[in-house]
Design a protein around this ligand. Structure first.
Ligand code: PEP
Ligand code: MN
Length: 263
């Protein structure tokens, strides 16, 4: 996973996306797949903002076991159908090594969540596949922890990896859910050949800070954004407070593309 052994950038290719710092890839969708109609509606919005990858969780790593845990395979089916309808690819979280073959049937990109960044049996399992993996930085993970986690995937033969900065825990979480470590983006670019994706939604946990943090992520060199959207955030099954409503999302993506043009 080091630039020393792989000096050129690694480009991730999925049917509708070409993920590298030459272009800006937008991945958008709700935190959770809630039902069939909703994911279809959100896919159309995501696409309108230029997203080529549809996100949505079917297996949700919730802090509380009593919170919505996701629709499972039913959610994967809806997500796949909504992406196909709009000519998009799918990114979705796989939480368990035993679920890798099931999720592989539906997704174009595996998402490894922050809470699973050091789930080594899961990392080894996705490392045996040829499906791109988006590895989220753990909430208390150092840059070296993240690089070692990526190495677990690469060691299995899968170098189609992207790294997601999604905010880390620091001493002050009164106004933001996490602290967006913007500097991690250029640091990781220097150290690894993998594309770096910014997740401003989980980084701040508040919709009103998502647009400025998306801008900061792109200005710092991110190859893409992964953003949560919802048409009715107050009733979202998960992460409503950080979801962008459609109009705000569309304005954010216009600004994001403009900033990327300047880079
Ligand atoms: C998510 O993408 O909805 C998610 C659970 O993210 P993270 O693993 O970064 O908390
Ligand atoms: Mn979420």
């Amino acid at each position: 996973s080091s630039r020393l052994f792989h000096p050129e950038d690694i480009v991730i290719k999925t049917p509708h996306a070409h993920i590298s710092s030459d272009s800006l890839t937008i991945m958008a969708g709700p935190c959770s797949v809630e039902n069939r109609d909703h994911i279809f509606k959100m896919a159309a919005v995501a696409k309108q903002g230029g997203a080529t990858v549809l996100r949505g969780g079917a297996f949700k790593p919730r802090t509380s076991p009593y919170s919505f845990q996701g629709l499972g395979e039913e959610g994967l089916k809806y997500l796949r159908a909504a992406a196909d309808q709009n000519g998009m690819d799918v990114i979705t979280e796989v939480m368990d090594d035993e679920h890798v073959p099931l999720v592989a049937e539906y997704t174009d990109i595996f998402q490894i969540g922050a809470r699973n960044m050091q789930n080594f049996s899961l990392l080894k399992e996705v490392g045996k596949t040829k499906i791109p993996v988006a590895l989220k930085r753990g909430m208390s993970a150092t840059i070296d922890d993240l690089l070692n986690a990526a190495e677990y995937i690469a060691a299995g033969g899968n170098q189609q990896i992207m790294l997601i900065e999604r905010g880390i825990r620091t001493f002050d979480s009164k106004y933001t859910r996490n602290t967006f470590d913007v500097a991690a983006i250029p640091v990781l670019q220097q150290l690894t050949p993998y594309p770096i994706i910014a997740d401003p939604s989980h980084a701040v946990g508040r919709w009103d800070l998502v647009t400025p943090m998306a801008a900061a992520g792109i200005a710092a060199g991110a190859a893409g954004l992964i953003v949560e959207i919802h048409d009715d955030p107050e009733h979202a099954f998960s992460d409503g407070p950080q979801a962008l409503k459609p109009a705000t999302y569309l304005a954010m993506t216009r600004q994001a593309q403009a900033i990327h043009q300047l880079m």
